[in-house]
Design a protein. Structure first.
Lengths: 553, 463
């Protein structure tokens, strides 16, 4: 019923990208749009299943990065690019802004330094407010706040649609996607590298390591030993949408030397997110939540927003950040080995992804890779799954044209039969129910399947598990005529009318993202990007994870 | 989002939820002569939860017979249709169009749909000038988006079980973890088999129902887990579990962790008395009971909510804090049996009929303005009682449904003395035998006449 991964086109590629997280898909997209033939490889059965899916889903400004660092530069650049891209691709974003709240005199004393740092990072609209103004803006905030910094540019974004949009566009532009293809070794050669995967060998001239939690293992396969990934687990709790009116923006803590601390944020799915914890764990697959972690979050949440305690928890989940000993990104290209490493992205990969991709292809070009130098086409228009804009069930014209958009299947998240059908027939169909969650929000709501799981499972089974190999239509990528826009080139993209563009323009203060994060199918979890060479099995096939798609760290 | 949405013709009563409470209310409203009664349900089939409860025992109190869940559901669906209620399935009430009830108590003109003559059905009495209705509800279905106005609304949206996530059970997140609701839909509506070992979390009525469903689906139930000192269902169920299915009830035990990456491996249980843990391998974990009302529409309406039931606060007529907006069934007492929910629906129908009659008397025709708000006296409980429903006395109003209040206790008590107090004055005292958590504790309503309508809240407690 499924084609085994890797049985598709096995022509040598210019570039093999290992890891189909938000960074790997962004790089594949950038390369494919420049006419470079590339293969995007991942151990999991979908794109964006590792750190990319389980985070805080914030589109950062980079105000608190280390000034002058690569992260600072790429985050600022990437964030600006992604804001624009998200608007055009229909990726849910809400420009809520953030307040960084000081609860003690010591924290108040730190605010000026944080403000100065933000200004050095080019985020010049950061400014302080007093307690009275803070409570006027956030009246549900717990007692005891002494003041805050306002970061107007912080936003929330859908972490699931973002890598899907990148991958959809990459495949439409000629990239080949190889899922369920855990990398077990690399035979580096003078003319050609051979990337050995669980589903066959991928031949390529260049290797780009975007393997996230497993990037040190891939680096070792290329002969490197310069860094080690230290997974840092973050547990998060998602509250019911009924909690959403308790805040209008992201509530940040004053960071410590170690972490950014526990925040409360709206999600683009209309929920409220509390987290993350920060705990070093030895196991790169360990995205279990813990009693201690959840209890600590609830205690922190009670102080920040006491009203949260009265609302139901919709989901909890954990993600792993790919931290290294070095605080900055580990990004470099080696022309002699035809190898680029993109590692140590920790928790800012989503926001910085387009900046990272731009930087990486610049490095590759500098090292000898030839780019076509084309202008960037419009992105595909993705199915809109945010809460702030108009969803299909709210769109009378769409229902009139196709009644399936009026048949709500998942009542908590109000996902219609039409959306499920579209996802199953889309250019990158889901391989399991978790994949369907990330494409539609189905099963992510407060009832966690009490009402609709049986129906959704039946619809998924009827829709048929898709092939796991996505090949571009037609011939070698570099030769794909670019006469038609990407929307025409992406099967199914035209389905979403151009008229819907603009819906994604998110209003400040809308609702947040969040819906369903929750439980995730572990196999598709954090070992996702690339799992290379770790000996950890690829995610299991089959019924796949109920419970889970998660929102982000 | 209301812009451009067509307003359908107004209903006299819009009922949200076609389960036992909503359907029983529709039947009764039509019997009382209500005009256009519209029942909407988001499901594709009417009948509610009993549809996928295959066991018998439905209908004892309301229909005086024993039926299976599906038969009971069909009977109510047929009765409502036969009574002339308009039942719209696959239709979701997605929200209120404008602030609900802001126009005040039946603040529109025209004839209410109650003729006052039982049995007078006939065509709708709706007139064009009432098209707006005091309540406007937005509906989404395959037929499109529509706003329906209604002179009165009954919320009968039921309840659901808290899933694992809401209970904050940590660990891995593999497939195979579900609620009884999902289990029963998978097994009885979708015909799925579930071979393998199953663990049931909870030991109340529904937990044993889940056990039977699991056995029916081919699963081997390894045990039931409850943090209580014993199970709260009938003694016979506990015996049946151990004898017929060899499934022990592990008491004073909690699920500390779910384990299994990609595939469920089992659950770690901990004894709350000794701290001892054990790992129980299993392929399915079913989280049962621990009910919460589906109260989202009520919350969206800005209704006063009851902290105990977590449903909308209702008086003895089952009217909420918004005039003409009623609530019944497991939305106001999660969860009682289907027949109790149905009788509550029937009770609410009488209150709605009364409301519509009052609206007629106080409508614009007489020029007397809106009817006065009823005087309500809150009824509360003290721990270890958890909640009481209804949660307010209505001065001059009816007795509560079935002439009694329903309460929940957090503790077992073989011989409990219930006391009703107001302002330091004991209004009533009574004895209740065999109080158990998760099970109804009943309190008669004969004392309500002794309560001072102008006094403080009435409190029910265990002596």
């Amino acid at each position: 019923m499924r084609r085994a991964a890797g049985t598709g086109d096995d022509r040598p590629a210019d570039v093999a990208i290992i890891g189909a997280g938000v960074v790997g898909t962004a790089i594949a997209r950038a390369l494919a749009l420049q006419g470079v033939s590339c293969v995007l490889i991942d151990a999991a059965n979908d794109v964006g299943t590792g750190t990319s899916k389980a985070n805080t889903a914030i589109l950062h400004t980079g105000f608190d990065t280390v000034p002058g660092s690569l992260e600072s530069r790429l985050l600022r650049r990437g964030s600006a690019l992604l804001r624009d891209y998200a608007r055009r691709a229909g990726i849910p974003v809400e420009h809520t802004g953030a307040v960084l709240v000081a609860w003690t005199p010591e924290q108040v004393a730190e605010l000026p330094a944080i403000e100065a740092k933000a200004h050095r990072n080019g985020v010049t609209d950061v400014h302080p407010i007093g307690a009275a103004e803070l409570y006027r803006r956030e009246p549900h905030l717990g007692p005891g706040a002494l003041g805050a910094l306002v970061i107007p540019g912080e936003s929330i974004i859908c972490p699931w649609t973002t890598p899907l949009a990148y991958a959809t566009q990459a495949v439409a532009a000629g990239a080949r996607l190889r899922l369920r293809s855990r990398v077990t070794g690399i035979r580096a050669g003078a003319l050609e590298h051979q990337v050995v995967t669980a589903a066959g060998v991928v031949r390529c001239r260049w290797v780009v390591n975007a393997a996230g939690l497993y990037s040190d293992a891939v680096d070792a396969m290329m002969g490197g030993d310069s860094f080690t990934i230290c997974p840092r687990r973050g547990e998060l709790i998602v509250f019911d949408k009924l909690a959403r009116p308790q805040l209008s923006q992201i509530l940040l803590p004053v960071p410590t030397a170690r972490t950014k601390g526990v925040l409360v944020a709206p999600t683009v799915y209309g929920n409220v997110l509390l987290g993350p914890t920060a705990e070093d764990v030895p196991d790169r697959g360990d995205v279990a939540t813990t009693g201690a972690g959840l209890a600590a979050l609830l205690a922190a949440g009670r102080r920040i927003l006491p009203g949260l305690a009265a609302e139901e928890v919709t989901a909890s989940y954990a993600g792993l950040r790919a931290a290294t000993a070095d605080r900055d990104y580990q990004i470099w290209a080696d022309g002699s080995r035809r190898y680029a490493c993109v590692a140590g992205i920790r928790s800012t990969g989503l926001s910085a992804s387009l900046g990272i991709a731009e930087h990486v292809i610049g490095l590759l070009a500098g090292a000898g890779l030839r780019l076509a130098g084309r202008p960037e086409p419009d992105p595909p228009l993705m199915p809109y799954i945010g809460q702030a804009g108009t969803r299909p069930y709210q769109d009378a014209a769409r229902i009139a044209a196709d009644p399936e958009y009026g048949r709500i299947v998942c009542h908590c998240e109000r996902v219609t039969r039409g959306e499920i059908r579209d996802a199953l027939a889309g250019p990158l169909p889901p391989a399991d129910l978790d994949g369907l969650r990330r494409r539609t929000r189905v099963l992510n709501g407060r009832c966690q399947g009490f009402y609709c799981a049986a129906t959704v499972a039946a619809l998924f089974a009827a829709g048929g598990p898709p092939a796991l190999v996505a090949d571009p239509p037609g011939r070698p990528p570099a030769m794909v005529p670019q006469t038609a826009g990407p929307e025409a080139a992406v099967p199914g993209a035209g389905r979403v009318q151009a008229a819907r563009r603009g819906e994604a323009v998110q209003r400040a203060a809308g609702r947040g993202e969040g819906g369903g994060p929750a439980v995730g199918h572990e196999g598709a979890g954090p070992q996702a990007p690339g799992n290379a060479g770790t000996g950890r099995p690829a995610s299991g096939p089959g019924e796949a994870g109920r419970r889970a798609a998660e929102p982000p760290v | 989002m209301s812009a451009g949405i067509p307003a359908g013709p107004a209903a006299d009563v819009l009922i949200v939820g076609a389960g036992p409470a909503g359907l029983a209310a529709a039947v009764e409203l039509r019997r009382l002569g209500a005009g256009r009664v519209v029942v909407v349900d988001r499901d594709e089939e009417a009948g509610g939860i009993p549809r996928h409860s295959a066991h018998t025992g439905f209908g004892a109190r309301d229909l005086r017979r024993f039926l299976s869940g599906p038969a009971y559901a069909r009977r109510y669906a047929d009765a409502a249709a036969a009574a002339g209620a308009e039942i719209r399935l696959g239709t979701t009430a997605t929200g209120w169009d404008g602030p609900p009830g802001m126009s005040g108590r039946a603040g529109t003109s025209g004839q209410p749909g109650i003729s006052g003559q039982p049995g007078a059905g006939g065509p709708s009495t709706v007139r064009p000038d009432r098209a707006a209705g005091p309540y406007r509800v937005t509906l989404t279905s395959a037929a499109g988006i529509e706003t329906v106005g209604a002179a009165a609304v009954l919320l009968a949206t039921g309840c659901r079980e808290r899933p694992r996530t809401a209970r904050l059970v940590p660990g891995d997140r593999p497939p195979g973890v579900m609620t009884t609701g999902e289990l029963q839909r998978r097994v009885y509506l979708a015909g799925q088999r579930l071979p393998g070992r199953a663990l049931v979390v909870g030991a109340e009525h529904v937990s044993f129902s889940a056990m039977v469903t699991l056995a029916h689906a081919g699963a081997q139930v390894v045990g039931l887990v409850t943090d209580r000192p014993r199970h709260t269902s009938y003694a016979g169920f506990g015996l049946a579990a151990s004898w017929r299915w060899h499934a022990p009830v592990w008491r004073c035990t909690v699920v500390r962790r779910v384990a299994g990456r990609g595939r469920l491996e089992g659950a770690e249980l901990a004894d709350t008395r000794t701290g001892e843990t054990r790992f129980v391998p299993c392929d399915v974990v079913v989280f049962t009971g621990d009910w919460i009302p589906d109260h989202e529409l009520a919350r969206a309406a800005g209704l006063a909510m009851d902290a105990g039931t977590r449903g909308p606060a209702v008086d003895t007529a089952l009217e909420t804090s918004a005039p003409g907006l009623f609530a019944a069934g497991n939305l106001v007492h999660a969860a009682e049996t289907a027949d109790v929910a149905a009788l509550g629906g029937r009770h609410a129908a009488r209150g709605i009929a009364e409301f519509l009659r009052g609206a007629a008397g106080h409508g614009t025709a007489g020029g007397r303005g809106p009817a006065p708000q009823p005087v309500r006296l809150p009824v509360t409980v003290e721990p270890p009682l958890l909640w009481v429903a209804p949660n307010a006395l209505r001065a001059g109003g009816p007795a509560p449904p079935r002439g009694r209040f329903v309460l929940r206790s957090d503790v077992f008590d073989r011989l409990a003395r219930l006391e009703v107090w107001q302002d330091g004055r004991r209004l009533a005292t009574g004895v209740s035998f065999g109080i158990k958590p998760d099970r109804p504790v009943r309190l008669g309503a004969s004392w309500t006449g002794r309560a001072d309508p102008g006094g403080g809240p009435v409190t029910v407690r265990l002596a």
